[in-house]
Design a binder for this molecule. Sequence first.
Ligand code: FAD
Length: 324
Amino acid sequence: MTLNLKTFPQQDENLETKGPYKVLILGGGPTGLSAALYAARAELHPLVLTGLQIGGQVAITYTVENYPGFPNGVGGPELVELFQKQAERFGAVLEFDTAVEADFSRHPFRVKGYNAIYEAETVIIATGATPRKLEVPGETEFTGRGVSYCGTCDGWFFKGKDVIVVGGGDSALEEGDFLTRYANTVTVVHRREELRAGVLLQKRAHDNPKMNFVFDTAISDIRGNGEVQSVELQNLKSGAANTQDIDGVFIFIGHTPNTEIFQGQIDMDEGGYLKINHLMETNIPGVFAAGEAADPHFRQVVTSAGMGAAAAIQANRWLQERGG
Ligand SMILES: Cc1cc2nc3c(=O)[nH]c(=O)nc-3n(C[C@H](O)[C@H](O)[C@H](O)COP(=O)(O)OP(=O)(O)OC[C@H]3O[C@@H](n4cnc5c(N)ncnc54)[C@H](O)[C@@H]3O)c2cc1C
């Protein structure tokens, strides 16, 4: 492929340059922390740029019931703290910085953060994904004032209130179920005629007396006065619209991969997910990708962690083959 290479503007040269590291890991979620553990145990002294959210999406997940080794489930924040401790025990270093530009046209590779420029012999991209927006009027205005993308974080504010959960997948039902601890009612609004979530979650949701469902329907407007007061619901089959009073709107309609800064350098699909082979290799030798940044399909802690481990094993082999 032809590389559209990004190089750093002159004024960035006054940032301190750190490295070169043998392994630079971009992302501090389950993928990045698992990669860090494996790279650290191979004595590669990895540096992890955590981005804004140490622990990634799991840090905002109330409980994880499907990560092996925890028969009674484990709190999301607790799980990623354990990931972090284990990686650090073997020498991984976490840096609270975000990659804003990457230059893979030269070797060692260069990644620019807010605090420094990082040079590295190999890079593992583990930048994960971010919740997708509805893109309707009122959504941005009321974010943090009734519109939320995280039930675990914001559920407490809706004690005794009525909320809508938008979506029909696992996250929507898991979070909806969690929200019933606080909210009076949780109405799941889904644009299709049936849910996509797993059977167990569907059963749990249907059995929950606080949860109800509106199908074939989308939110077309979020309204309020300083905070959310109502939404306009539109039936996608009949076209009929009606206004529903509501205190909160929780949106769980999928994710967008955090891969924009790699555009033009790393091959990606039309959704922005990085293209990798079974060895977690991207189109640039020495640059690996893993987890939700490269996986629109499985999207689990265990699969992301597995991919992160595989990327680190492969980075080690890549270095060894070059006498590193
Ligand atoms: C509400 C909710 C509930 C879930 N429940 C479960 C569950 O019960 N079981 C399960 O298996 N999975 C669950 N998941 C999915 C699971 O959280 C993800 O599959 C997993 O977190 C993906 O890991 P990741 O490390 O690839 O990405 P993420 O978790 O998205 O982490 C990405 C990391 O990259 C960092 N980052 C982003 N951009 C940059 C940048 N430019 N530079 C540096 N760092 C950057 C972020 O700060 C973050 O640390 C849930 C997800 C959500 C949202």
